[in-house]
Write a protein that binds this ligand. Structure first.
Ligand SMILES: [Zn+2]
Length: 185
């Protein structure tokens, strides 16, 4: 059983400006047992990652169809993992690690633009949003920038820009979800 891919959710690693973070770091942080300081998940929270130098790195393999197979799930936002793809850029905090900050480098901006446009081209119905726009974002600042204005600035069609609803909420993953859908990065 699988769900249609409905959302592309943008994240930051919430690490200080300029600090190098790699795929291996993320995998350790999310999948190491809690006894070793990790979260103890069976998979990382992001499907893809944008390094400081703009390199795009895949953490969880995926195919290009319109569905999220169980093996494609990443744990980015609790309740929305079964029908979302999660992309993270390295950064999102100021150098003192105290305040959220849009720290995207020019190279990261280039890669993110290409990535978002590619996803919209492959999945014409997809809605793009920031982690902080999800109903269960728990006040998180992630990804430390306003996603909708950013998407407009790079020419993403309005139909692909998630509008924060008044009463309605994002359609939650149905019963086909995995147990990991209670987890979020
Ligand atoms: Zn996030």
């Amino acid at each position: 059983m699988k769900n249609k891919l409905m959302y592309l959710i943008l994240h930051c690693t919430a690490t200080p400006e300029g600090r190098l973070v790699t795929k291996d770091d993320i995998i350790h942080w999310h999948t190491d047992p809690k006894s070793k300081g990790g979260r103890g998940w069976n998979r990382p929270g992001y499907r893809d990652m944008i390094y400081l130098d703009g390199q795009l790195v895949n953490l969880i393999p995926f195919n290009s169809d319109d569905f999220v197979d169980l093996w494609e799930i990443s744990n980015g936002v609790a309740g929305l993992n079964g029908n979302s793809a999660h992309i993270v850029y390295v950064g999102g905090m100021d150098a003192s690690n105290k305040l959220p900050k849009d720290t995207r480098t020019e190279k990261q901006l280039d890669t993110m633009e290409v990535y978002v446009k590619y996803m919209v081209k492959c999945h014409p119905d997809i809605l793009v949003l920031g982690h902080n726009e999800a109903p269960n974002a728990h006040g998180k600042a992630c990804p430390s920038f306003d996603v909708a204005p950013y998407l407009r600035s790079i020419g993403i069609p309005e139909v692909n820009i998630y509008q924060k609803p008044g009463a309605a909420s994002l359609s939650q993953t149905n019963a086909n979800t995995s147990p990991e859908d209670i987890q979020e990065a």
